[in-house]
Design a protein around this ligand. Structure first.
Ligand SMILES: Cc1cc2nc3c(=O)[nH]c(=O)nc-3n(C[C@H](O)[C@H](O)[C@H](O)COP(=O)(O)OP(=O)(O)OC[C@H]3O[C@@H](n4cnc5c(N)ncnc54)[C@H](O)[C@@H]3O)c2cc1C
Length: 413
């Protein structure tokens, strides 16, 4: 049986960060279910610009470790402020209405923070003003930010998220950066782990291509796969499985459209498909100044559109209704995601069920100094992001290093 010091399960942001931090002092093998590394970070390219089907923004960029990785690897950073920090297209959303909406958001945010500080957990939807003019748009924003409507959003979990407010992009793509960081690693692709046996002194990991043994394993798969039993443990870990079930992945998807003769579209500008309903896309016109449009969909709408690959048609209809039917002929689908259907993700980013925010720490907790856990859902304050995933990966690698160091005298390789 092939034996190494540490097996890392999953080559997404967390697994790559963990394996890189473990370095070369110990032998590390990364098992990845897909035929590529990166997981929910995945970059294609169009007209010299990145098409990030998963993460695209370096959130909390002024303290985001991936910025340092980018500098080390010679990846340039685009510091243009994000479209949501500036005025959106005024075609269907006047400047005065945008001000009003922004004030409404601030008041809602204050009520959520107040409720989280003083009351038991509850859905954020409880804090909407009854009959409020902007309720549907607040709900739509929640689907983009959290992957779920406000009725499913835990106020306790929401307020724990840390946001420095600075957002940058990687000019070659966030997914490309994470892939480049993985380059030195020993990654076995097309190797889904199905069973982690931690009953003996060595951890044994079963894949369709054989069983591997290690002194420790770091599990970084999304919680959906632990909750759904795609990855099982023996002895079983019911507390871990319950925590994973309480931290499902919400849904957010993207579509990218190429635009012929794009000069009449304002660059780096946000256009809401509609402002009076939750089921709407939001469109980033000409990201990086490139001849394309990036559409974003969340929650129930994304789930419905995934059923019939409907993102491009929905986006083109919304955009043409606003910017003119002539534009329809100039829009051509490049790519769309379908993270909910993706068997190795089953969603986009984690949210906590009401009352379950503390289970992020349960999901992250190591078992018997042999099994360690990482991934964005394990992060209490930076969940749902690639830098949160990175941090949990580094944390797990440090825990493994400590344990292996303590065992070194009798078990040095
Ligand atoms: C549409 C979208 C937009 C986003 N936008 C942003 C953004 O702008 N900024 C940001 O910071 N974050 C964003 N995110 C979130 C970010 O992409 C994720 O939080 C992050 O990439 C998760 O990393 P991870 O390592 O925790 O999980 P993953 O990337 O899911 O990695 C887990 C890995 O495990 C593999 N795996 C699964 N099962 C098995 C198995 N049984 N055996 C072996 N391997 C397995 C998977 O294939 C995957 O490679 C976005 C996500 C989506 C989907």
């Amino acid at each position: 049986m092939h034996e190494v010091d540490v097996i890392v399960i999953g080559a997404g942001a967390a697994g790559v960060a963990a394996a890189r931090r473990l370095g070369t002092e110990v032998s590390v093998l990364v098992l990845e279910a897909r035929n590529r590394v990166g997981g929910r970070a995945w970059t294609l390219a169009h007209a010299g610009a990145p098409v990030d089907l998963g993460c695209g923004w370096l959130h909390s960029a002024d303290e985001n470790e991936w910025v340092g990785v980018a500098a080390d690897l010679g990846f340039a950073i685009d510091r243009t402020p994000p479209p949501w920090s500036r005025r959106a297209h005024q075609l269907n959303f006047s400047a005065a209405d945008q001000e009003d909406f922004s004030d409404t958001w601030d008041r809602f945010d204050e009520r959520v923070r107040d409720a989280a500080a003083n009351e038991p957990d509850r859905p954020a939807a409880d804090l909407l003003e009854p009959g409020g003019r902007w309720n549907a748009l607040l709900d739509a924003l929640s689907t983009y930010i959290n992957g779920v409507e406000l009725e499913k959003l835990s106020v306790h979990d929401f307020v724990r998220y840390r946001n420095s407010g600075v957002n940058w992009r990687v000019t070659k793509g966030y997914g490309a950066l994470i892939e480049a960081h993985a380059a030195p690693l020993d990654v076995r692709l097309d190797s889904p782990a199905t069973l982690v046996d931690h009953s003996g002194p060595r951890v044994r990991v079963t894949t369709p291509r054989g069983t591997l043994a290690a002194r420790a394993a770091i599990v970084t798969v999304p919680p959906t796969l632990i909750a759904g039993g795609a990855l099982r443990f023996t002895p079983a870990l019911p507390a871990k499985e319950d925590a994973a079930a309480a931290l499902p992945l919400g849904l957010a998807d993207k579509v990218f459209l190429a635009v012929d003769r794009p000069d009449d579209l304002p660059a780096q500008t946000r256009l809401f498909g509609a402002t009076d309903r939750t089921a709407t896309g939001t469109y980033h016109l000409r990201p990086f100044g490139a001849p394309m449009i990036e559409g974003y969909f969340g929650g129930k709408l994304a789930r419905e559109l995934e059923q019939h690959d409907g993102f491009a048609a929905f986006a083109i209809d919304q955009i043409a209704a606003l910017l003119g039917n002539d534009l329809r002929k100039r829009l051509h689908p490049i790519a769309a995601s379908a993270w909910g259907r993706d068997p190795h993700a089953l969603g986009s980013y984690s949210y906590a069920r009401i009352g379950c925010t503390d289970l992020r720490a349960v999901l992250a907790a190591p078992i018997d100094d042999r099994l360690f856990f990482a991934g964005e859902a394990c992060s209490t304050h930076d969940y749902s992001t690639a830098h949160g995933a990175y941090r949990t990966g580094i944390g797990a690698a440090e825990q493994v290093r400590q344990v292996l160091r303590a065992r070194m005298p009798q078990a040095a390789p």
